[in-house]
Each structure stands twice: as structure tokens, then as C-alpha cells.
Design a protein around this ligand. Structure first.
Ligand code: HEC
Length: 223
């Protein structure tokens, strides 16, 4: 007469074993620091980068682009250092994606100058005739709405004060509208005259693209 002939005892005992197993393998690691790596190099998005990220999600860029470089030789050769868990500490939600109609973008920050992005977003086909990426030139005709930027950074826990957020917005605006901005010519070509002195959705999405993978690059530079 083993335990097999006592169905109730057997059911209760196996439920207990599964419960303990779940607690040990799922819930305990959830609260262990080693499963939540933190890097001092990984900084939260600025208010402008966050706005750009929201536009990226709104436009569904993540349906064609992944943001995770797998630790495979072919990927590392093509995109650069593979993605680390701590890089995504501020990503809510994460945008790893699952489909690569276009290339992975996790290491695109700093790969090209802003002018390249203005041109490419305006017309991918002018740069790669066979590109099936849709043109997003109209983003430069939309003034960037920063009215709830502070609220967003607050909800996401970035820890900025309202003054810091206003400063970030003012700084980025000053940067892209300056007469000495290195990508001024291309920006002016794609931005309608009335909005050249303002921040547009195009400016924000480019700020976001230029941030991707930047923290990891500075981490490597100090090694
Ligand atoms: C229909 C699929 C599709 C969508 C949607 C799409 N892309 Fe692309 N993207 C591509 C393809 C294909 C390429 C490669 C050819 C090229 O550069 O145009 C590409 C290239 C890129 C590149 C250059 C990457 C590199 O390393 O050279 C960037 C940056 C980019 N896309 C950003 C975006 C952003 C931002 C959005 C959303 C506003 C977006 N894409 C939406 C298909 C897409």
C-alpha cells in the first residue's frame, strides 16, 4: 500500500511540492539583487528621448525593428556588443520585438549623425532604393507636445524635478535650432519653415534613436 493508492494524500503532497518549487524558483529570485543587475552607466531617458520613445511605439516601429542583439557571433559582428539585462532597466515597456523586417536598432545610437536620420526618416528610399520602410517625413510637420512630459518621467520613476525636465526640453530645443547645429542643413530641408524654430516629433524620435545602446558604448570605453 504505497502513496499511489491514496489519491487525496497524493494530490495534496504533489500540490505542496509544486508550490514550494514555484516559490523557490520564481518568487525568491524576484527579490534577489543578483537577478536585477544595475549599472551606473545606464541612465534613464531624458524627457525628449522619452517623447521620442512614445512616438516610436505609436508608429509601431517595433513591428519591423527589434531592440536586442543576441549573443551569437553573426549578430555581434553585424550589430555590435550583445544586449545585457541591465540595459533595459528603464524600459517600460521593453521593446525587444520579435520581428526583423528591418535591422536591429539596439546599437544604432551614435552609428550615424543626426543628419543621416533626418534624411532617412524623411525618405528611406532616397538612401536605399529597395527599402520597404515607410517614409516618416510628416513627423517633421508635427510640433512636439511636451505638455505632459514631466508627468511621464514622474510616473516612470526617472526622478527628475519639473525644472530639470523643462531644462532638458529647452536644452534640446536650443541644440537643434542653433545656427551652428551640425545637422542644420538636413533638418531645414525636411522641416517646414514655420517649425524650424520649434521642436518637432522628428527631432524627438531622432534623440531617442541616438540614445539606443549609448550607455553600453560608454561602459565599454572605460574598460
Ligand atoms: C515596414 C517595416 C518598417 C517599419 C514600420 C519601420 N522600419 Fe525602419 N527599417 C526598415 C528596413 C527594411 C530598414 C533597412 C533599409 C533602410 O535603412 O531603409 C530600416 C532601417 C532603419 C534604420 C537604419 C538602421 C541601420 O542600422 O542602418 C533606422 C534608424 C530605422 N529603420 C528606424 C525606424 C523608425 C524610427 C521607425 C518608426 C518611425 C521605423 N524604422 C519603421 C523597415 C521598417
Amino acid at each position: 500500500m504505497g502513496i499511489n493508492s491514496k489519491p487525496v494524500v497524493f494530490a495534496v503532497l504533489s500540490a505542496l511540492v509544486i508550490l514550494v518549487g514555484t516559490v523557490v524558483t520564481v518568487f525568491v529570485p524576484m527579490f534577489m539583487p543578483s537577478t536585477q543587475p544595475v549599472s551606473a552607466f545606464v541612465k534613464p531617458y531624458t524627457a525628449i528621448e522619452q517623447e521620442g520613445r512614445d512616438i516610436y511605439m505609436r508608429e509601431g516601429c517595433n513591428n519591423c525593428h527589434t531592440q536586442t542583439v543576441r549573443p551569437l557571433r553573426t549578430e555581434v559582428l553585424r550589430y555590435g556588443e550583445y544586449s545585457k539585462a541591465e540595459e533595459f532597466a528603464w524600459d517600460r515597456p521593453f521593446l525587444w520585438g520579435s520581428r526583423r523586417t528591418g535591422p536591429d536598432l539596439n546599437r544604432v545610437g551614435g552609428k550615424y549623425p543626426d543628419s543621416w536620420h533626418y534624411k532617412h526618416m524623411h525618405s528611406p528610399q532616397s538612401m536605399f532604393a529597395l527599402s520597404n520602410m515607410p517614409p516618416y517625413g510628416w513627423l517633421a510637420s508635427n510640433r512636439l507636445d511636451t505638455s505632459i512630459s514631466f508627468k511621464k518621467t514622474k510616473v516612470l520613476g526617472y526622478g527628475y524635478t519639473e525644472e530639470q525636465v523643462n531644462q532638458q526640453i529647452a536644452d534640446y530645443k536650443a541644440r537643434v535650432t542653433a545656427s551652428g547645429y551640425d545637422s542644420k542643413e538636413t533638418r531645414d530641408q525636411v522641416t517646414p519653415p514655420a517649425l524650424r524654430g520649434e521642436l518637432t516629433e522628428m527631432d524627438a524620435i531622432i534623440a531617442y534613436l541616438q540614445k539606443l545602446g549609448r550607455d553600453v558604448k560608454s561602459m565599454e570605453a572605460t574598460r
